[in-house]
Design a protein around this ligand. Structure first.
Ligand SMILES: *Cc1c(COP(=O)(O)O)cnc(C)c1O
Length: 412
């Protein structure tokens, strides 16, 4: 056997050191085991906690209509789809969901994927080749960044939401075919991409624009269409302005899966050329049925979005009163920036000791030096649960100010 010493075969000699260095940096992540459903009051590792870290922003993952639709779907179609969409896996309920999503987003057509990660990976690859350039916001979700890196195109990142840097990159790239890729709502910061400026730049330089609205769809806009909904009226940003739109179902929809929506020609092309669409088993039809039920609730129950916005406003003003500065965000993703990993972990541990589950987000999920608490709110959190969070945040600020960790509101 060829080894690198200690009888560890060469192919795996790098694994243990990588694991150890991650452990030394305090970056090892541990799975919690949940007992029972994803609700604000949940059981994790057999402990009852109030959770502020799920992406179930509208509380639909346990909605009785969604659950009933899932069970009906399984009765009608069985559990597995049995094949890829191009073979025999594509069912009438997939068609219905695609049509409903096209209407919902004001696009010609939508195409389903099994996960958002797969949609992003596949679509970026299908839309680019070795001659292309992909320009990504530096804070884009890993699935978008990976989509660029795993493609044959050249990938570049521009500073977060920085339109002049984006314009410079577009100017430098001209006439290389370029795809601009961005989160709609940034998943770890909660802010919204500067879409009007991006649309203007894409138009001026003849670039494509792909927006992944995993965290906005369902939550933002009067009708719940997310970042493509214009503020204060029910019009949508046109498909000619945002030609490639990604939505996912694992967050506000409370189910699982994803879609890409756009004009007829684009989706016809993606249906043929996206490898993560072709070479994977179709989403279980019961899931499509459940997602249709979610979509119906999203479109007919705007009170859920209003409730969510009320909670967001109450939380932000409560944190401001405690002088705990949150990153700017009007979305259910709220971030308390703490800088180094130890501070973020200590804060998360403290909240946990008080029965609250709030994630410490660390590198590599976020850039080095920007570890934070990520607090997510859901329309089904009660006023009392939110008040409990604010009470414990007050305690946390007090505890930090008396420890060598320093004031919470001073970023190291
Ligand atoms: C969660 C997320 C994804 C991945 O979606 P999945 O369906 O969970 O694979 C993609 N993009 C963004 C911005 C996300 O937050």
């Amino acid at each position: 056997m060829i080894t690198s010493g200690n009888d560890i075969p060469r192919w795996r000699s790098a694994l243990q050191p990588a694991l150890e260095s991650r452990r030394t940096l305090g970056l090892i992540r541990q799975r919690q085991v949940r007992q029972g459903p994803c609700l604000p009051a949940m059981s994790l590792n057999d402990r009852s906690l109030i959770s502020f870290c799920t992406n179930d922003y509208l509380g639909l993952s346990n909605h009785p209509d969604v659950l009933a639709a899932f069970i009906d779907g399984a009765r009608e179609y069985g559990v597995g789809s049995g094949a890829s969409h191009m073979v025999t896996g594509h069912c009438s309920v997939h068609d219905q969901l695609e049509e409903a999503l096209a209407v919902f987003t004001g696009r010609d057509r939508a195409l389903l994927f099994s996960t958002g990660y797969m949609a992003n990976l596949g679509v970026i690859n299908a839309l680019t080749n070795a001659q292309s350039l992909v320009l990504q916001d530096e804070l884009n979700h890993a699935s978008l960044l990976d989509g660029g890196w795993l493609s044959r195109a050249t990938s570049r990142r521009y500073p977060h939401a920085n339109l002049s840097a984006l314009e410079q990159a577009l100017r430098d790239a001209h006439p290389v075919p370029t795809l601009i890729v961005t989160d709609g709502v940034f998943s770890m910061d909660g802010d919204v991409a500067p879409l009007p400026g991006m649309i203007a730049l894409a138009r001026r330089y003849g670039a494509g624009l792909m927006v992944d609205d995993a965290h906005g769809m369902g939550c933002l806009g009067l009708g719940g269409q997310g970042v493509i909904a214009n503020n204060n009226d029910d019009t949508l940003i046109k498909q000619s302005d945002i030609p490639v739109l990604i939505g996912t179902f694992g967050k506000a929809f409370g189910t699982a899966g994803a879609f890409v929506a756009g004009d007829e020609g684009l989706i016809d092309y993606l249906e043929q050329f996206t490898r993560t669409y072709t070479f994977t088993t179709a989403m279980p039809p019961a899931l499509a049925r459940a997602t249709l039920a979610s979509l119906k609730i999203i479109t007919t129950e705007p009170w859920r979005r209003q409730r969510l916005q009320t909670l967001i406003n109450t939380f932000r003003s409560g944190m401001a009163a405690l002088k705990l500065p949150l990153l700017p965000s009007d979305t259910p993703v709220q971030a308390l920036m703490l800088g180094d990993v130890d501070r973020a972990l200590a804060a998360s541990q403290f909240l946990l000791s008080r029965g609250l589950q709030v994630s410490a987000i660390r590198p590599p999920t976020v850039p080095a030096g920007s570890a934070r608490l990520r607090i997510t709110l859901s329309a089904v959190h009660t006023d009392a649960q939110l008040q409990r969070l604010l009470d414990v945040m007050a305690e946390l600020a007090h505890t930090f100010s008396r420890s060598e960790m320093g004031d919470l509101n001073v970023i190291n």
